[in-house]
Write a protein that binds this ligand. Structure first.
Ligand SMILES: [Zn+2]
Length: 241
């Protein structure tokens, strides 16, 4: 059994003494595993996210996040999940003394990602549109090449599943993209406002397919990154990324 979700949750309580303990005290050092990807299950607890009737985005995010975690682990990769139940991250944040629950939630997610230093962060969300015919996945990226490349992989994978031709977009105003240190993307996995997407996002069979599309893209991104890091005999170093 993989214990990473619990390990990540445990970091919250570790944080106060991690920051207040001298770093040269060996007995208190925490050795963290190399995490390939942190899966950020959007919203939770009092924060339901977008909705349709009784259906709340936070539930969909958590179900697909858990399934993606399972599938990535099955591939032999090392994912981490930042919540594995219906919790409000803002309640876990006892270190940022500000009134805004929303900001405390986002800051807590950033802190967890920064502590674990994963190779990437993939934040899972569900979209909403006034136009109920709008459907498919949409990926938002940071202003750096790794995030763009990851977004392109995820978008292509979701486009194939949904049979749409969306393009990833730059998520200029999003806290999690602006503040997280590792390459990060936000994945809007489909539209709760579209009847077909809604049925996919809530069916366990289709949730597995969405998770498979995400996992395949993440695996491909890691594989391509590993290949581009290998020394090349032909191309000059300046062409390597
Ligand atoms: Zn959301």
């Amino acid at each position: 059994m993989n214990v990473l979700p619990f390990l990540v949750a445990g970091l919250i309580s570790l944080q106060p003494w991690l920051t207040s303990t001298p770093s040269d005290e060996p007995s208190r050092r925490v050795v963290l595993p190399q995490v390939d990807v942190m899966i950020d299950a959007g919203h939770g607890g009092i924060d339901g996210g977008t909705s349709h009737g009784d259906l709340l985005e936070k539930r969909i995010n958590l179900e697909i996040a858990k399934e993606t975690y399972r599938q990535l682990s099955h591939k032999g990769l090392h994912p981490a999940l930042n919540r594995n139940d219906d919790r409000a991250m803002s309640d876990d944040n006892r270190w940022l003394k500000i009134h805004s629950r929303h900001l405390r939630d986002l800051a807590q997610r950033k802190l967890m990602a920064d502590e674990l230093a994963p190779k990437m962060l993939v934040s899972l969300h569900v979209n909403w549109s006034r136009d109920s015919s709008q459907r498919g996945g949409l990926v938002l990226y940071q202003k750096n090449d790794q995030s763009k490349r990851l977004a392109a992989e995820l978008q292509a994978s979701l486009n194939h599943l949904y049979q749409v031709e969306e393009k990833p977009i730059y998520g200029k105003t999003y806290y999690i993209l602006n503040r997280t240190r590792c390459p990060a993307v936000i994945v809007e996995m489909g539209y709760i406002s579209n009847v077909t997407d809604r049925s996919w996002l809530t069916s366990s069979k289709k949730q597995k397919e969405i998770a498979a599309a995400l996992s395949a893209a993440i695996e491909h991104y890691l594989l391509m990154g590993a290949q581009s890091a290998l020394p090349s005999s032909g191309a000059p170093a300046k062409y390597m990324n």
